[in-house]
Design a protein around this ligand. Structure first.
Ligand SMILES: Cc1ncc(COP(=O)(O)O)c(C=O)c1O
Length: 473
């Protein structure tokens, strides 16, 4: 019977949630044991049929009896992020406390942007931002906000940078004189944000990069000259810690010093790498981030929360409010109230999920050191995989990894890398990604599942050799 018009039935909740919790716990257990294939999606129309999505959405029909088998089918067609062979993307293999935070939020549904609409969740976001700012080494007066993802976080930062460079832009629009300095390897959300802010993609001035797509600090002066020669002035410079494709870090100290010397807003896209600040052996990778005017930090990557939970962190928190309340840009020093009851002045979103709760729960349960250990283990494992791959004839890595992202290839043929990846996925043995670095095609692994081991990677290399030998026959 449909319960849509009825009140909340605690019994129904307990039964359905019980089924779901048991099924999901089994799903993760069998995933991390590697007992099941890594999975591979069927063609989309086939999946829509298998899950009876069109009829269920039009006619209904899910009930307490049919839910369990249907959920089983749904899980069978979901990516197994805890599987050792799942080494494709950066989204974290979630940890239990954050998953439970979502279970709770799913029911209590706190729209927490305004304090009175979700007091505990709102308080957690405030404290998470405070803690992240401290971890970055930002001074008193730093501030920020959580957003639904790193892309929105980059947009939010660049909006604040635009407000600082052109306080009238909110009312008058932009006049074609602003620029953002960024390497071609910058995450696409940066260039997309520049376009969305009305600057036009042409406002992105390319920074010179080395063979590993890292910014060349010695060439920054030339880029600034190019920017001025084009009749533009820099609104921000964007560096990465670390880059999405390669997992390598820009030299934040040198780049930050250049930005200070030339009074340029220094933004560090640390969506992937900031969690390494929690590992004493790896925080040196982010040396210089303490000089940033802004940074972003995705918790749904290495902090193992569910998607999405990203932080915008500004050296001067008041500049964020200036981004959204343009008139207040003239008054920010008088007008800002860090302890105020609303986050609406700092974010694109109106209603927002309890993002801080996810982060808070993982950190409070695991401790900074527990999360730092996870980062250290993932990064060190990736280093061992690099040694293993470099030791195999025919294989070659782009560079020694600095994170849990590693680019490698078998042979030189670009098409072969693409075919190998597709074949491995079709056979449901491994899920890898692939990328281009300086125009060359590489296979790419991101090691997030604690279950991924040297044995996994040895098996992957064997599988690649077999497939390549088959392709050559
Ligand atoms: C460096 C970097 N910045 C930004 C993003 C975008 O983050 P999100 O996917 O949370 O929007 C990513 C995601 O891959 C990233 O690696």
């Amino acid at each position: 019977m449909s319960r849509s018009a009825d009140g909340w039935d605690p019994g129904e909740y307990e039964r359905l949630a019980g089924v779901a919790v048991a099924a999901v716990a089994r799903f993760v257990a069998e995933s991390q044991a590697g007992d099941v294939p890594v999975g591979s999606p069927p063609p989309l129309p086939e999946l829509i049929d298998t899950l009876r999505l069109r009829s269920l959405i039009r006619e209904g029909g899910l009930d307490e009896e049919s839910f369990e088998p249907w959920l089983g089918d749904m899980l069978a067609h979901s990516v197994r992020l805890h599987h050792p062979g799942q080494i494709a993307h950066q989204v974290g293999a979630t940890d239990v406390p954050a998953a439970v935070a979502d279970l709770v939020q799913g029911v209590i549904n706190q729209p927490m942007s305004i304090y009175e609409m979700g007091p505990a969740a709102h308080a957690m976001e405030r404290v998470v931002i405070e803690w992240m700012s401290e971890k970055l080494g930002l001074p008193d007066g730093a501030g920020g906000v959580l957003t639904h993802g790193g892309s929105l976080a980059n947009l939010t930062v660049l909006l604040a940078a635009r407000a600082a460079a052109a306080p009238d832009a909110w009312v008058e629009g932009v006049d074609g004189t602003l620029a953002v300095l960024a390497p071609p390897s910058t995450h696409y959300s940066v260039t997309r944000s520049v376009a969305m802010l009305g600057l036009g993609e042409r406002a992105v001035v390319d920074l010179e990069v080395d063979d590993y797509e890292r910014i060349v600090p010695g060439a920054l002066g030339e880029a600034l000259e190019r920017c001025h020669a084009a009749g533009r002035r820099p609104m921000a410079l964007v560096a990465a810690a670390c880059a999405t494709s390669t997992g390598l870090h820009d030299d934040l100290e040198a780049i930050g010093a250049f930005c200070r010397e030339h009074d340029i807003w220094f933004h560090v896209d640390a969506a992937h790498g900031a969690t390494a600040l929690l590992s004493p052996h790896h925080r040196h990778l982010l040396r210089g981030i303490e000089h940033a005017d802004s940074a972003i930090w995705d918790a749904h990557k290495m902090m193992r929360t569910s998607t999405l939970a990203a932080a915008v962190l500004l050296r001067d928190g008041r500049r964020l409010e200036a981004a959204f309340r343009q008139k207040a840009a003239y008054l920010i020093y008088e007008d800002s109230d860090e302890t105020g009851p609303s986050l609406l002045e700092r974010q694109v979103e109106c209603t927002k999920a309890a993002l801080g709760t996810r982060i808070f729960m993982n950190v409070a349960f695991r401790g900074e050191d527990g999360i730092g250990r996870y980062v250290a283990e993932s990064y060190e494992k990736t280093l061992r995989f690099w040694e293993l791959i470099e030791g195999r004839p025919g294989f070659h890595c782009l560079s020694r990894p600095e994170s849990n992202i590693l680019c490698f290839r078998y042979g030189q043929d670009a098409d072969l890398q693409v075919r190998l990846r597709e074949q491995l996925l079709r056979e449901q043995r491994f899920h890898l990604s692939s990328t281009e670095v300086n125009g060359e095609r590489w296979l790419r692994m991101t090691v997030t599942a604690p279950a991924t081991s040297e044995e996994t990677v040895a098996g992957l290399l064997d599988a690649i050799e077999e497939l390549a030998a088959g392709a050559g026959r």
